[in-house]
Design a protein around this ligand. Structure first.
Ligand code: HEM
Ligand code: NAG
Ligand code: NAG
Ligand code: NAG
Ligand code: NAG
Ligand code: NAG
Ligand code: NAG
Ligand code: NAG
Length: 327
């Protein structure tokens, strides 16, 4: 009897440990013991390379967003097409065709594998790189909790369904974000990342040339701005050119995205949509009034929140050896 009791206690303890480890939380400085230099290696790489290629910073921040919105922040966005199973991974999705920076992540992963093999997840690398890229463009610093593990599935249809399109209206954006546990405040703040980076004309030329299918223009877009875009950068609906999203300060993490949106000069319908709801509109008005530190503080909070979406921790998932392929 006593033995059975002991066995039961051991089983319960074991189960408790297993449950605790699959439900573990992210923590600050997760790699303190297992790879103490991890965060510094990431930071040094960003600081060494972003000044030479500032436009990469934007794509790395966007990569974190795309990763987190599909299957949680698990680096599924990095997985390559697997010809053996014929799976189309997230990378193939339309929104992903314009993602850049995969090599950058691979380089960082290479350095970390050399330092401590099989320890630091690709998902944490994406999250840390995004933070360091924000800082490198003049934005805020925040502490990134770590301990994410890498997923083993990447599915193109999920990316298409869950990543909001530039043509999204307010209610679609609200729903897409709510599905990920993010509220309207997060929507407004995270959209502020459009203060840096570029867009392909094709992401918004429908607004310039054929908004409702009758050769018209989106009335929500400032008409002077539209004329300018049509005359210079985006000369046809199929233009393959790129434009700065925040012209004049597209490399600086500042408030000017919100100023543009208020002038009806946000490039996407999703940017313009933030003015169609009185709550998000007033958030933007308040942000623009500044000081910029308010935006920084709140943006950092929303980024940390985004970085926790659907994370795999403990013994879930794996630590990929190479970010583009499952082990
Ligand atoms: C609210 C819904 C969002 C929509 C519909 C959206 C859509 C887009 C689109 C269409 C582009 C241009 C892609 C191209 O044509 O090259 C873009 C760029 C970008 N997005 Fe978003 N986005 C959204 C939210 C976010 C969030 C939450 C972040 C990060 C926190 C983000 C960060 C960026 C950055 C940094 C760029 C510039 C990328 C580069 O320069 O390569 N976006 N976004
Ligand atoms: C994954 O695909 C990228 C291009 O999308 C390529 O550069 C890279 O070499 C591939 N990696 C592996 C491990 O197949
Ligand atoms: C590919 O599809 C198979 C079958 O659905 C699945 O078991 C596997 O995890 C998928 N691989 C990736 C990388 O998504
Ligand atoms: C990808 O996701 C879609 C939609 O959720 C699902 O129908 C499909 O079976 C998935 N594909 C794979 C290979 O798992
Ligand atoms: C927003 O877009 C969705 C999807 O395209 C559509 O079903 C919905 O009717 C639109 N909502 C409004 C208020 O226009
Ligand atoms: C505008 O869109 C409509 C409907 O999709 C299409 O029939 C028409 O050819 C397009 N016009 C232009 C100028 O692209
Ligand atoms: C743009 O591309 C679409 C699809 O490839 C084509 O049907 C359309 O004629 C093109 N429009 C212009 C103005 O070149
Ligand atoms: C980075 C990446 O995988 N991009 C892919 C996006 O989609 C196009 C078209 O399907 C592919 O050719 C790219 O390789």
């Amino acid at each position: 009897m006593e033995n059975v009791g002991r066995l039961w206690v051991s089983i319960s303890l074991l189960l408790g440990v297993v449950i605790a480890s699959t439900h573990a939380d992210l923590e600050m400085n997760f790699y303190a013991k297992s790879c103490p230099k991890a965060e510094k290696i990431v930071l040094d790489y960003v600081n060494k390379h972003i000044p030479n290629a500032p436009s990469l910073a934007a794509s790395l921040i966007r990569m974190h967003f795309h990763d987190c919105f599909v299957r949680g922040c698990d680096a599924s966005v990095l997985l390559n097409f697997t010809s053996s199973t014929g799976n189309q991974t997230e990378k193939v999705a339309i929104p992903n065709r314009t993602l850049r920076g995969f090599d950058f992540i691979d380089q960082v992963k290479g350095l970390l594998e050399a330092e401590c093999p099989g320890v630091v997840s690709c998902a944490d690398i994406v999250s840390l790189v995004a933070r360091d890229a924000v800082v490198a463009t003049g934005g805020p610093f925040w502490r990134v909790p770590t301990g994410r593990r890498d997923g083993v599935i990447s599915n193109v249809s999920e990316a298409l369904a869950q990543i909001p399109a530039p043509s999204s209206n307010f209610s679609t954006l609200q729903t897409d974000f709510a599905n990920k546990g993010l509220n309207l405040k997060d929507l407004v703040l995270l959209s502020g990342a459009h203060t840096i980076g570029i867009s392909h004309c094709s992401s918004f030329t429908n607004r310039l040339y054929n908004f409702t299918g009758v050769g018209d223009q989106d009335p929500a877009l400032d008409s002077e701005y539209a004329v300018n875009l049509k005359a210079r950068k985006c000369r046809s609906i199929n233009s393959t050119n790129i434009v700065e999203m925040d012209p004049g300060s597209f490399r600086t993490f500042d408030l000017s995205y919100y100023t543009l949106v208020l002038k009806r000069r946000g490039l996407f319908q999703s940017d313009a949509a933030l003015l169609t709801d009185s709550r998000t509109r007033s958030m933007i008005t308040q942000l623009v009034e500044g000081p910029v530190g308010n935006f920084y503080r709140e943006f950092a909070k929303s980024m940390e929140k985004m970085g926790r979406i659907g994370v795999k921790t403990g013994s879930a998932g794996e630590i990929r050896k190479h970010c583009a392929v499952v082990n």
